[in-house]
Each structure stands twice: as C-alpha cells, then as structure tokens.
Design a protein around this ligand. Structure first.
Ligand SMILES: Nc1ncnc2c1ncn2[C@@H]1O[C@H](COP(=O)(O)OP(=O)(O)OP(=O)(O)O)[C@@H](O)[C@H]1O
Length: 919
C-alpha cells in the first residue's frame, strides 16, 4: 500500500523537502549531520514520540505521519480560513493512499537526484567559510566552526555536511577573525569544498574534497551562502612536460627532506615520495602543497585557480625554489643563533665550573668583592684628609653597585686606581747638604760657576728654612748649554725624585690639568701622572721649553701652568680628572727656556731666572774632553784603552765641525765617532786612535772652514755682533755704492728728491722691522756725521747705496746693529776700511748716542770664536763685561762707546783727526 521509501534517507529528505516547500527555500539548513540527529530533530519538530527509527515499521509510520503533517501544514499555509470541516476533509484526503504515493514519488525523485552526487551538498549550496589560507584537495585538519555556521551546514543525501572554504582577498585579510567579514565579495570565488565532521574529541574536522566555484551568492548576509559548481577545467593528464616537471619537483622534495628533515612539513611521512609518485598528475601539486603547508595564500590561490596541470606544476616548482632559498637563509640564521647560544651556554658552564673550583680551593670570594676589598685596604693606608677619604669611600661604594660588565665599572675602577695609587702626603726626606750638592754639581758639569753658586745659595736657604717651597727656578739659555742636566743635578743634590716634561707646542690645557671623567679615555694631567710615577709628593719637576707653550681654543695651558706654579694656588691644585685637591706646594719646579722674551708674563714674574749664555771654545773643549767623551764611552761600552781621541781632534771639532754655543752638536759628533769605532772594534781591530789624520774618515770633511768671510775687512764692511736664541754670533754689515746718473746735476737731484733718481739706501738680508728702522737712522746719522767731519765729501749726495747682511736666508732683527751700520756707511763714504779684527755692537739714536744692548757675554764669546781681538760695546754695558769670567775676557781688547764719535775713533784710527772738525 504504502510505497513510500522507508529508509532513513527518505525521512531526512522529506524533512528537507518540508522545509523547502514550507518555510524558506533558500534557507534550508538543518543541524542534522547524521541519522540520529535527524531523528531527534524530527521528534522535536513533529512531536513523534517513541519512534524506533531502526525498525522498518516505525519508519513507515514515521513517514506517513510526516507526510500527513507536511500536507496539512502546506494546506494551512495556503488557506488560512479553513474551517474544521474542511480540515477534516483534508485529513481524510491525506489518508488516501495515492496522495501518499505521490509524495513518495516526489521524495524518490529527490532522493535520486542526490544519490548520484554522494559528496555534494543538497541543492548545490554551501555555507561560505572565509579562510585565511588556501587549501588543496586532500588536506585535513581541525576547523573552528561557530554555532552560527554549524547550525546551517547543508548535508548531502547521506547526511554528511559541507562547507565551502574560500580564501579571503588580501585587502580584507587583516581582520583577525574571518567571521567578521561583512560581504561575500571579500572572498575569492574559487575555493574548495570541505566535508566537515564532528570529532568525538569535541571539535570539527575538515577534509578537502574538490575544487569549487561560486555560481551565485544565495545569502549575502553573514554567514554567507552560495550556489556552487564543481571547478573542473579541462585537464590534460598526458602532457609530455608533466613527467619532466614532476621529476624536478621530486628532486627538490628529496633535497628538502635531506636539508630540513624536521621542519616545514605538515605530514612527516617518510614514504611521502612513494605516495606522491603513485598519484595522478592532477593530484600531484595539491599533494606537494599539502605536504609542505606553504604559507603563501595568494600564490597558492593562483595555483588553485590554474587550469592546466602543467602550469600548476610549473608555478609550484617556482614556489618551491623560492622557498628553498628562503629556508637556507633561515637555516643559516638559525644555525648562527644556535652556535651563539651554545657558546654562551659553554661560557656559562665554564664560569660555573670555575666558581666551583674556586670554592673548592677556598678562593671562592667573588672577584668584584676582592677588588672592592683591595681598594678598602689601600684606602686604610692612605694619608688623606677626611674630605679626600670620603670621596674615595663614596667611589668604592658606588663601584660595589655597578655591574662589572658595564663600561662605567671600568671607568670607576680606573678612577679608584688613580686615587689610591697617588703618594698622598708622602715626601722624600728634605736634604740640604751643601758639600754633597757641590760635589754633585762639579761632578756633572764643567764651569758654570755662577750658576752653581746660585744653586748653592738656593740650597742654603732651603737648609735654613727647612724647605724650598714656593721657589720656581727658570734656566734661560741657548740649546745644549746644560739646562736640563743642571736641573737633574739639582734633584740629585736634594736627593729627590726627578720628572721632566716638555710644554713646547702644547696647546691643550687638559695635558696639564687632565680631562674630565665624562670624556672617553680621559686621564689626569702631567702633574698627577708624575706624582703617580715618582711616588713622592715633593719631586723636582722640570718643565721644559716653557717659552714655547702654545695657546689655542682648547683652554689656555699657560694659565693652567700658572695655577700649578703659583705657590698661592698649588697647595689645592685640582686636576679635572681627579676632581680632588692635591697639594703640589712642596714640589720644586724648574723651568727651561731658550729665550725670556716669549715666556708668558705672569709666569715669568713668579720665576727666579738664571741665564746660561753658552760656552767659549776653551770651555767646549774641556767639556767634551772631560765629560762628553767619558760619558759616551761608558754608554757605548767602549773602554778608554780601546778608543783614544787626541786633543787636536777635539779642538778641530769645536772649531770646524760645530758652530753652536752649546754642547749638543759636539755630543752628536762624539757619538758618531764612537759608533764607527765600535764597528771597527767588533770587526776585530784591537784599538782605535783618532787624530787629525783620520778624523775625516769618521766625520767627513769639516762643515765650516772659518767663521769669517774676510780675513781683512774691505771698505764698507764691518763686523757686528748679534744675539739670538741660539746664542751670540758675528754679523757682517756690507754696504756698496751705486753711482747716481744725475749726480752732477744738483738742481735735478733736489727736484727729484722724492723721485727715482734721488740717492737712497736699499737694504737686503731679511732684516726685520727694527733693523730696517736702524738702517734708516744710521743712513741719516752717517750723512750728518760726514757733513760734520768732511763737509766737502759729497759721497752720499752722489750715490745710492745698497746695504746687505749676509746669510740672507736667515731672518735678522734686533736693536744692536746701529753703530755697525753707521760705521759701514762712513767706511764707504771715506773709502777707508775699519780696523782689522774689530767687532762692534750698540744701538744708536738719531743724534748719535750709543745705547745699552743685551747679550754681552754671548756676543763676546761669539767675537772670540770669530777671532776678533777688539770689540766696541756701549759704555753702559761696561759692568756686564766686567762681570764676565776672566777666561772669556782674556785676549779681548774691550772698548766702550758713549757716543758715535767714540766708535769712529776706534774704528778709523787713521781718520781720527777728522773728529776735530766737530764743534
Ligand atoms: N757645563 C757642562 N758640563 C758638562 N756637560 C755639559 C755641560 N753643559 C752641557 N753639557 C752636556 O750637554 C748635553 C746637552 O745638555 P742639556 O740637554 O742639558 O741642554 P739644554 O740646555 O737643556 O738644551 P735644550 O735647550 O735644547 O733643552 C748634555 O749631555 C749635558 O750633559
């Protein structure tokens, strides 16, 4: 009778049909995933109780009941005004077998439709699941399905449920939750159909079945529904390129497995290659993609959408190549990180081991603690006052809070090293023994008696006073005259430590006062460095070349030096680095300079200046013979038996190999002789004797032949005496005449007094401003003087003159050449040479007064060296000359001049009668 299918399937289809027809065709979504679900749903919806769905009878019953309900509700909907009689009638009709049979046919037809497509949702409709990655056929995995999705999933005819996974377009992918996407247009229209099942573990699993394409959107409000169709482009599976590409991919895959056995694969099946080789070409790319789980949604989407298998394979191959490069980079980075990690671990491990060993050896105290303890111990022994102690203690406390690996820790340690290693209040015992001092000075230096005398006086005061505090000695003199070595001897006399530093060309104040600790690599200045080195607070400090101290924008070193030297300030000298006052008041400062002219004034004022003027030949010979030769022999390890130097050689050296007033050049020459002799001795020679015969083998030909250009000075040439930082020297003044063209024509001459033909004086020889002015004065004075003594002599009116100072390469300046210039001009004008072997020095005023000059000693020494026998100096300098030691004054005929006529009288003995003409 009843021909209705009684299978469970039929019931479900019936329910769906019911829904389709009665409720909303487009919203046929049931939560029935399985048969049991459908029965439950069925019972709840239609009130069918105690339905034994497993028995055919029950099912039949159920179907009939359902059919009845179906029609009744259908008719109710169509005709709401039906009365009870109508209702009864309808129900009777429903009971009719044919109606049921019709329904059964309909149901069967429906069932037929769907049974052909086992893995296809009913009505070809799916709920769109917006996915953030592309999936390929065969991929499986859990999926998070909110209820709103799971309730509306559409099953297939056998109750399996489906969703459509569609990749969200890139621009919408930022949404953290794909379910928040507002329109179905936000997803690509080609995607995959996934069967969803509910796992006993309580979550949904998906498995990709096939590629699908959205035909139309059936519900564009969330969650979106779409009509779908299979996406099966024509695929040619026997394309000859396929095997070639798959082979290449296989190789890549093998490589991947070898290089990255543990990473980047979703399915870690070892026989994966075998599996994929057995796949059909159409399934191959998807299998590979699934295997590697490559996380490039857009590129994978492109592959998914690609029609031909060859193209899909090719794209995938390219993607894998790219991935391989990326992986190798990642692998390298990973390896580096691992290596570093293992190094750090190793270091940590070793450190721990070291600590254990130390603790077992009983030296388990932390290194930092040890260091801090060391500073504490040192501080306890330091003779510092309370303020200094507090500063050091604070720094130690600070150090204990700093991490040893930080930069600050090192800088703090450095600072503490300085603070705790200074000789705070440690002094060498005061020693003022005159006898001892005299012995030391005489042992180290020849001559210099006046200097030695000054030093002994100085030491005597120290003896009486108990200290030499507040004294600054400054030695001024030409190079090589023993300033440094005398300072060293003073330290020996006083039995104090000696430290020397040069401030020549020093521009940075920081060199003296240190740099602040905030600078990287900062250090204390020279004074504090000295203290640390000598370890007493009262050494003798020699500040060399104080006249050459520089000044730039990096602070003013001379004012820093003033702070150091000034007894008022140096008891609380603050070095920038140390930042703690240090007492320098008991230091004996000795300075040296080549000239007192350039010593900064405020410094000069505080000094006790002692001048050294250089040595005459006899002194140099003595010094070389008695001091330099024995000293150099000692230094070279040669005995006096192995090397002898004759006195003649030393004289020759002094006369023709050196022209300095000091000893340094002679010392170098002796060293040169020693070096060459040492070579000969080492080569087997028993002994070396140096005399005038073999001297040139050692030193070459003499550098100077004679100090004098002229043995007899010609007309117009006069020997002047000059002084420079290098000592005294002789300076020729030469004048020649140049006859004027118009000399005969007085009228023209006077007319041209400002023009080119007027007689004039030209000077050359690199004369400085002062000497150029002197030459003008001399010219004027000489003209006037000649007019007085020889009015008839028109030489100056008729001749232009050229005055020259030889050695034009050397700059000359100074105020002592006036008399020499006048004499040179008059000698030319009178055509009378000056007295032979005469030298002169003195400034002249325009009225003929001869003025005081400096450097008498140096000039006298220079005159003697040049073989001059008579010198004229201003009479005001008489005292200076008479003060000179006798050995310098010997063999010199000294003449004093007050006015120029005194000079004239000496220079031109044959013309002294002319002086009578002066009224
Ligand atoms: N009177 C002397 N007796 C013995 N040796 C001397 C004497 N004068 C100088 N010397 C020696 O001459 C050499 C140079 O001397 P020193 O270095 O002291 O010169 P200085 O005046 O300091 O020169 P500078 O101005 O260039 O610094 C030293 O070896 C020193 O021993």
């Amino acid at each position: 009778m009843i021909k209705i299918q009684t299978s469970c399937k039929s019931i479900k289809n019936l329910i769906i049909l019911h829904k389709i027809k009665n409720i909303n065709k487009n919203a046929v979504v049931t939560s029935i995933n399985s048969f049991s679900n459908s029965s439950r749903y069925f019972r709840q919806q239609y009130g069918l109780k105690a339905l034994n769905l497993k028995s055919n009878n029950s099912l039949n019953k159920c179907t009939v009941e359902l059919t009845k309900k179906f029609y009744s509700s259908n008719n109710n909907n169509n005709n709401s005004n039906n009365n009870n009689s109508n209702k009864q009638k309808k129900e009777d009709e429903i009971r009719e077998e044919d109606t049921v049979e019709n329904l059964s046919k309909e149901l069967l037809q429906f069932d037929k439709l769907t049974t052909n497509k086992k893995d296809w949702p009913l009505n070809s409709e799916v709920i769109i699941y917006p996915s953030l990655s592309t999936h390929f056929i065969g991929a499986k995995g859990p999926v998070n399905l909110p209820n709103i999705f799971s309730d509306k999933m559409i099953p297939n005819s056998s109750g399996k449920t489906y969703i459509g996974l569609f990749l969200v377009k890139e621009q919408f992918r930022n949404a953290t939750d794909p379910t928040l996407i507002k329109s179905a247009d936000a997803v690509h229209h080609i995607g995959v159909l996934a069967q969803v099942s509910y796992s006993p573990l309580g979550y949904y699993m998906f498995e990709i079945q096939s590629r699908i394409r959205i035909k139309s959107i059936s519900n564009n409000s969330y969650p979106f529904m779409a009509q779908i169709e299979p996406y099966l482009p024509n695929e040619v599976e026997d394309d000859p390129r396929i095997p070639e590409l798959t082979k290449k991919i296989d190789e890549l895959v093998k490589n991947f497995q070898k290089l990255y056995p543990d990473s980047y694969t979703l399915l870690k099946s070892s026989d994966f290659l075998k599996q994929i080789q057995s796949l059909k070409p159409s399934g191959y790319p998807t299998a590979i993609m699934n295997y590697y789980g490559l996380n490039y949604p857009d590129q994978c989407q492109l592959i998914l959408e690609t029609d031909s298998i060859v193209d899909r394979l090719d794209k995938m191959y390219q993607l894998l190549l790219k991935e391989e490069k990326l992986l190798s980079i990642q692998q390298n980075i990973y390896r580096e990180i691992e290596e570093k990690k293992s190094k750090d671990q190793k270091k940590f491990f070793l450190n721990e081991q070291l600590k254990k060993i130390k603790s077992q050896l009983g030296v388990d105290q932390d290194e930092k603690e040890q260091i801090i303890q060391k500073y504490q111990n040192k501080l306890a022994t330091l003779l510092v006052d309370e303020t200094q102690r507090k500063i050091i203690q604070d720094e130690i406390n600070k150090l204990s809070t700093i991490d040893p690996s930080s930069m600050e820790y090192n800088s703090s340690r450095n600072y503490l090293d300085w603070l705790t290693n200074l000789p705070w209040k440690k002094y060498s015992e005061e020693f003022f023994d005159l006898q001892h001092s005299k012995e030391v000075l005489d042992k180290d230096h020849f001559g210099l008696n006046d200097i030695k005398q000054r030093i002994l006086e100085f030491i005597s005061i120290g003896h009486l006073k108990g200290s030499v505090m507040g004294k600054i000695i400054c030695f001024v003199g030409p190079p090589g005259t023993g300033k440094t070595s005398i300072a060293k001897s003073i330290a020996t006399c006083l039995k104090r430590e000696f430290y020397r530093f040069s401030v020549g060309g020093l521009f940075d104040e920081g060199e003296i006062k240190g740099h602040r600790r905030t600078y990287i690599g900062s250090m204390p200045g020279k004074l504090i460095q000295c203290m640390k080195l000598v370890q007493t607070s009262n050494p003798v400090i020699l500040i060399d070349e104080i006249d050459k101290i520089g000044k730039r924008n990096l602070g003013d070193p001379s004012s820093a030096l003033l702070e150091v030297l000034d007894p008022e300030q140096n008891c609380t000298f603050v070095d920038h680095y140390l930042d703690v006052p240090y007492d320098l008041s008991r230091v004996l400062f000795i300075c040296t300079a080549n000239s007192d002219q350039t010593i900064p004034g405020p410094l000069f004022d505080r000094m006790e200046v002692i001048y050294l003027s250089g040595y005459v030949e006899e002194e140099q010979i003595q010094i070389v013979r008695n001091f330099i030769v024995p000293k150099t022999l000692r230094e070279c390890g040669i005995t006096s038996e192995q090397l002898t130097i004759s006195d003649d050689v030393i004289k020759q050296l002094v006369k023709f190999y050196s022209r300095e007033v000091g000893i340094r050049e002679l010392e170098r020459l002796i060293e040169k002789i020693m070096r060459k002799s040492a070579l000969m001795l080492v080569n087997g020679q028993k002994s070396v004797h140096i005399d005038l015969n073999n001297l040139e083998e050692f030193l070459g030909i003499p550098t100077y032949s004679s100090d004098r250009y002229y043995d007899v000075t010609p007309v117009g040439v006069v020997n002047g005496l000059a002084w420079s930082q290098r000592g005294g020297s002789t300076l020729y003044i030469e004048t020649t005449a140049q006859q004027n063209n118009n000399s005969q024509n007085k009228t023209t001459k006077s007319k041209n007094s400002n023009g080119g033909n007027a007689p004039r004086l030209r000077t050359t020889g690199k004369l400085g401003d002062v000497m150029t002015e002197s030459s003008s004065i001399a010219y004027t004075y000489a003209k006037n003087f000649l007019l007085m003594i020889q009015p008839e002599n028109k030489f100056f009116e008729e001749n232009s003159l050229h005055m020259h100072a030889p050695q034009g390469g050397i700059s000359k300046d100074g105020p002592s050449a006036g008399v020499t210039m006048v004499t040179s001009l008059l000698s030319l004008a009178m055509n009378e040479p000056v007295l032979n072997n005469l030298g002169m020095t003195g400034e002249i005023t325009i009225t003929g007064k001869v003025y005081t000059i400096g450097g008498v000693k140096e000039k006298t020494i220079a005159a003697k060296r040049s073989g001059l026998t008579c010198i004229v100096i201003p009479s005001n300098n008489k005292f200076d000359f008479e003060e000179l030691p006798q050995y310098i004054k010997n063999d010199i005929d000294i003449k004093y001049a007050k006015e120029y006529k005194d000079v004239f009288e000496i220079a031109f003995p044959n013309k002294k009668h002319l002086l009578q003409n002066i009224i």
